[in-house]
Design a protein around this ligand. Structure first.
Ligand code: URA
Length: 241
């Protein structure tokens, strides 16, 4: 079993800096398996229960969040001039090296995943994973059966980009549809619908694989994924709207 310095373990939780962690330990506020430890350099076994002021320390190194991205924020970790989705997170989460899994445009709303697990993020976004992403789009125009057929056949965009076959489902509103894409090209949904002469007015991502945006979340809110939800992007969607 591995051993790590106690001050590092506490700092890795994201809630305290290394010097704050040392101060907590020296003040006798930290226990390891029920015993107070006052030496920051002391090593704690990886499986030990560490508490700070009696509350268990969250030692998870990899974190997975779903965020209801509101319009107006960049899908980036930092930007000199504009707010990013990271600005929505609590300070202790901002210290954990989280980043958005793929991107939504600034004006696109809906499901955005955040993690500090590079392998998992890569699996979700890698073109060969073919993870379906489902969007609700409102367009300037009237959608018809030819649009469904054009996406199903695989569109060629104006610049020659060949898209994989995608799914367009019309709704009772002639200007609103659901689009499912199996790749993640730049401005993909907007460019596909623009190529059909139906520019997108509003775009909202509601699902990645079988993982749907939690309807209890309001724009700007987020929550941790459950273990089962971490597998859901790689499972087939159930097709419900
Ligand atoms: N396709 C787009 O055009 N924009 C997004 O934000 C996501 C997919």
């Amino acid at each position: 079993m591995g051993q790590t310095r106690l001050d590092k373990r506490i700092c890795d939780s994201g809630r305290w800096t290394r010097s704050e962690a040392r101060a907590l330990i020296r003040a006798g506020r930290v226990q390891v398996d029920g015993a107070v430890v006052r030496a920051p350099e002391e090593k704690a076994p990886d499986g030990a229960e560490i508490t700070v002021d009696g509350a268990p320390l969250d030692c998870r190194r990899t974190r997975y969040l779903m965020l209801y991205k509101p319009a107006g924020l960049l899908s980036a970790t930092e930007d000199r001039d504009q707010q990013t989705v990271l600005d929505l997170l609590a300070p202790e989460l901002r210290r954990l090296g989280l980043f958005p899994v793929g991107r939504l445009d600034k004006d696109t709303t809906g499901l955005l995943l955040l993690t500090n697990d590079g392998d998992w993020a890569h699996r979700v976004t890698a073109p060969r994973s073919r993870v379906p992403k489902r969007y609700r789009a409102v367009v300037d125009g009237t959608l018809d059966g030819t649009d469904e057929a054009a996406l199903a056949a695989g569109l060629t965009l104006g610049d020659g980009t060949q898209c994989l076959p995608a799914r367009l489902e019309r709704t009772e509103r002639p200007d609103t549809c659901y689009v499912t894409v199996f790749e993640g090209r730049y401005h993909q949904v907007k460019r596909m619908l623009a190529a059909l002469g139906k520019p997108v007015l509003r775009l909202h991502r509601e699902r990645i694989g079988a993982l749907a945006l939690d309807c209890a979340l309001a724009p700007g809110q987020y929550r941790e994924l459950t273990e089962a939800e971490r597998a859901a992007p790689f499972q087939a969607e159930n097709g419900s709207k």
